[in-house]
Design a protein around this ligand. Structure first.
Ligand code: MIC
Ligand code: SF4
Length: 644
């Protein structure tokens, strides 16, 4: 029996475990990336490990999230990351150089290599045949130190693409269709592999849009084969030597196959407030639009930008619409400028933003009250834009640009002939904004600069024999990390200050949670299905840890968040019988008797509800390594114990 592409990539990097779906495998990591919002914490953790030089083939730190600089905090954190990079052998992509995933695809990604990044959209690299996975900062720190990265061996899903996209229909519509079919939890524990004749019709930036937004499926990662199209892209980036061909075996067996005929797709949109709430643009109808934002790691490539410029050329943005555009990288922005396309955007009235995440993470451009905003981004969770009652629709650059002109949600097929845009044979290459680290000799004299915003991270304790704590919070299905630990312009600058961040934990869901939990000193969170979907931010585990949360008991978890909870030493259990979820009320006195002995010996764990006089069996499947981590009180303690 042959291997799928995902299995081949895992097999070639396998360090431990067997490749049976559901069991834990350890893989060797070739490359890492961090961004600044998760990077400060990741580098503090790296420093705590005491490793002098990174042991990966390549590690890059990007500054792209916290670029608003409304106070000293961001700039201080940038300095911290810059000096850590210099000292420890990491390349530093300076602010202005672009969004991590876009730049990494252009300049550093290599087919067949493994990449983990402290950002959930790291699977963008799957667009050129990398095994690229989003992870918590601590996991990335460990990988930088040469440590193995562990995942649950995923099941393999093949998305078979046939036919060819019609004019005005985009790669974004393909991934929106996959989201419509699979839902935001449909990809958990799976690798989504794209194949079929239709693949040959998609360029690398289009493939990267699709693998990027595979994060919204909850998938471990998504991957495209590396073929002649990949080769042409790398050649145009001056990196043909990095190309290798990578295809699945013809007799590979998949756990699930999804068929999509590209020619049957129409322009689509994900409606508020979930990326899987997908309908076609015509079905939704011409709703009035207040704002349009084009950019983000999903849709900010040169290809996307040239299409947008062509649509806007010679026209004016509708008077009721604010249009902002953030090209994904310095390469994209420079080429747009040289081509004259940037002038077309500016002339039409677009507000040009720097090459960074910007509005995607609520760093500016929050819509008006009850505003309708069309965005080419990947997430439309409630409140993420910075305006609590705004309605965000996720659309392709074509739909975004067309609607910016008309002022209503518009099917671009009504605009006549689609612009013909092709990728250049050679991109403009200038890596002058990527700073190289100091030599090991010079590194000894490099001093790491720490601003006052950088605080210690919370200390974890070994798991006690038993836990007794109240249900301090009860939430429903699909809770996102944006609910747990919101981002946005007011909070994001404090990512290296857990005590300050803790004031905002679950603020949108239950404004009293933080105070209540802190006053209790300890607590247990009760959650629904797909708890912790969305970002990789380990702050969504570290902040609850700081507030005293001992266990999170849910119907099911999202992958990265569950790993972050274990890394932080917080117990993640699921209900053996989901119906028990309904029996627990906020404030109930809960007990996990002998929980330490039970998980150490792999015995069943029972949750006692002293208030209701009931017992609920819980489920868990921790690997040996995870068990030891939980017993030690998290990954840092575990690593320290093992080092001793
Ligand atoms: C996001 O899109 O939510 C982020 C901001 O990029 C996060 C990382 C973070 O919270 O810093 C992600 O996707 O992992
Ligand atoms: Fe940045 Fe948005 Fe991409 Fe996250 S999803 S990395 S915030 S552009």
């Amino acid at each position: 029996m042959g291997y799928t592409l995902g299995q081949k990539l895992i097999k070639s990097h396998l360090v431990s475990g067997d490749m049976t779906p559901g069991s834990e495998v350890g893989i060797r990591i070739d490359q890492t990336l961090t961004q600044d919002a998760t990077g400060t914490m990741a580098y503090l953790e790296f420093e705590a490990m005491g490793v002098e030089r990174v042991r990966t083939e390549l590690s890059v730190a990007y500054i792209d999230h916290n670029t608003l600089q409304t106070g000293f905090e961001n700039a201080d954190d940038h300095r911290f990351i810059q000096t850590v990079c210099k000292k420890h052998g990491i390349r530093f992509s300076r602010p202005g150089n672009g969004i991590c995933h876009q730049v990494h695809l252009e300049r550093f990604g290599i087919p067949g290599k493994t990449l983990i990044g402290s950002d959930s959209h790291t699977p963008t690299g799957g667009g050129i045949g990398m095994l690229a996975i989003g992870a918590g900062g601590l996991d990335v720190a460990v990988a930088m130190g040469g440590g193995t990265y562990y995942i649950t061996m995923p099941k393999m899903v093949r998305v078979n693409l046939t036919g060819k996209l019609s004019p005005w229909v985009a790669a974004k519509d393909i991934i929106l269709e996959v989201l419509r079919i699979m839902s935001v939890k449909g990809g958990v524990g799976k690798i989504i592999e794209y194949g079929g004749e239709g693949v040959k019709t998609l360029s690398v930036p289009e493939r990267a849009t699709i693998t990027n937004m595979g994060a919204e499926l909850g998938a471990t990662t998504s991957v495209f084969p590396s073929d002649e199209i990949t080769r042409a892209f790398l050649k145009a980036q001056g990196r043909e030597q990095d190309w290798v061909e990578l295809l699945p075996d013809s007799d590979a067996v998949y756990d699930e196959v999804i068929e999509i005929d590209l020619s049957s797709l129409a322009p689509m949109a994900a409606m508020p407030h979930s990326p899987d709430n997908v309908k076609s643009v015509t079905e939704i109808g011409p709703i009035k639009v207040d704002q349009v934002c084009i950019g983000s790691c999903t849709n900010s490539s040169l290809l996307d930008m040239l299409k947008v410029a062509a649509i806007l050329k010679g026209k004016t943005v509708h008077p009721d619409v604010s249009l902002s555009i953030a090209p994904g990288s310095k390469q994209v922005l420079t080429m747009l400028a040289q081509d004259g396309a940037l002038a077309d955007m500016i002339a039409a009235g677009a507000r040009i933003l720097e090459s960074a995440c910007g509005p995607c993470i609520g760093m500016g451009q929050s819509p008006n009250s009850k505003g309708i905003s069309l965005r080419t981004f990947n997430r439309n969770f409630e409140g993420r834009s910075g305006t609590a009652d705004a309605g965000i629709y996720l659309v392709s650059p074509e739909v975004a640009a067309a609607s910016a002109l008309t002022g209503v949600l518009t099917d671009p097929r009504t605009l006549g002939e689609a612009p013909q845009v092709t990728l250049p044979e050679a991109f403009l290459i200038n890596d002058n904004m990527v700073e190289l680290p100091a030599s090991p000799e010079e590194a000894k004299n490099v001093e790491v600069v720490r601003g006052p915003n950088i605080k210690e991270f919370p200390v974890t304790q070994a798991l006690p024999e038993s836990i007794e704590a109240k249900a301090v919070l009860k939430v429903g299905d699909n809770i996102t990390t944006d609910h747990i630990m919101p981002a946005g312009a007011k909070i994001l600058p404090y990512r290296s200050n857990i005590p300050y961040l803790s004031k905002f934990c679950f603020g949108q869901v239950d404004p009293e949670f933080s105070e209540r939990c802190k006053a209790e000193g300890k607590g247990i969170i009760i959650g629904g299905a797909n708890y912790g979907q969305g970002s990789s931010r380990e702050h969504a585990a570290l902040v609850p840890l700081y507030l005293g949360v001992k266990a999170v008991i849910t119907k099911s978890f999202a992958r990265i968040h569950q790993a972050n909870l274990i890394n932080a030493g917080i117990l993640p259990f699921t209900f053996a019988d989901e119906a028990d979820y309904d029996k627990i009320s906020l404030g109930d006195e809960l007990r996990l008797p002998d929980v330490r002995a039970c998980i150490a010996q792999g015995k069943p764990v029972v949750l006692e509800n002293a208030t209701k006089q009931e017992c609920y069996p819980l489920a868990y499947s921790f690997s040996q390594r995870q068990t030891e981590m939980l017993l030690a009180g998290g990954l840092l303690n575990y690593t320290r114990e093992n080092a001793n």
